[in-house]
Ligand binder design. Structure first.
Ligand code: ATP
Ligand code: SKM
Ligand code: MG
Length: 172
């Protein structure tokens, strides 16, 4: 069985929905951000602050390469994981890629609760930063995705059920 891989912008719900989806399907759950922190023994915040973005991306690529060797899990990726086409190739070899989206205003509300995303924490206007990054990434997310769910008006469980229905159709 392939992995079910959640991709998309920060705050679209990959970690939250991924954990629920794994429970729903009785599968193991893995989150690439959490795995990077476990391997490095540091928080993402610390990795960015001490070593920078490029080092973070190389740790992320290593984690993705390794986890793509195994199937049958729900994988929540970090928001920038698919920016590197090599990561997309690794994830696609062994996984179906489900993209989560939400409007920028909803993202701002969701990430406002937890301010540990270094790319959004530079002190500028949050909505503008989210809009700019989303514009820059839109095409890349769209091309990588096998299926997209707009979570903006959905509850977490409704999002889970949309993904389950898609997977059923995909198997038939
Ligand atoms: N309908 C919804 N679907 C998903 N998440 C929601 C929803 N409503 C609220 N949230 C909240 O949005 C917040 C952000 O979700 P989460 O951390 O799962 O995003 P993420 O996509 O994993 O972000 P990152 O790329 O930064 O890891 C969480 O606090 C979650 O509870
Ligand atoms: O969108 C991004 O580039 C990121 C998203 C987070 O999940 C983390 O992986 C990190 O903060 C970078
Ligand atoms: Mg996450």
């Amino acid at each position: 069985m392939k992995n079910i891989v959640l991709i998309g912008f920060m705050g679209t719900g990959k970690t939250t929905v991924g954990r629920r989806l794994a429970l729903r399907l009785g599968l193991e759950f893995i989150d690439t951000d959490a795995e990077i922190e476990r391997v490095a023994g540091k928080t993402i915040q610390d990795i960015f602050a001490r070593h920078g973005l490029i080092r973070f991306r190389s740790e992320e690529a290593l984690v993705i390469k390794r986890l793509s060797l195994q199937g049958g899990r729900v994988v929540a990726t970090g928001g920038g994981a698919v920016l590197d086409s090599k990561n997309v190739d690794s994830l696609k070899k062994n996984g179906v890629l489900v993209r989560l989206t939400a409007p920028p205003e909803v993202i701002v509300q969701r990430v406002g609760k937890r301010r540990n995303r270094p790319l959004l924490n530079h002190g500028g206007a949050l909505l503008e930063t989210v809009q700019r990054l989303m514009r820059e990434r839109e095409e890349i997310y769209g091309q990588a995705a096998d299926f997209t769910v707009d979570t903006g008006a959905l509850s977490k469980d409704e999002t889970v059920e949309r993904i389950v229905s898609f997977l059923r159709k995909d198997v038939d």
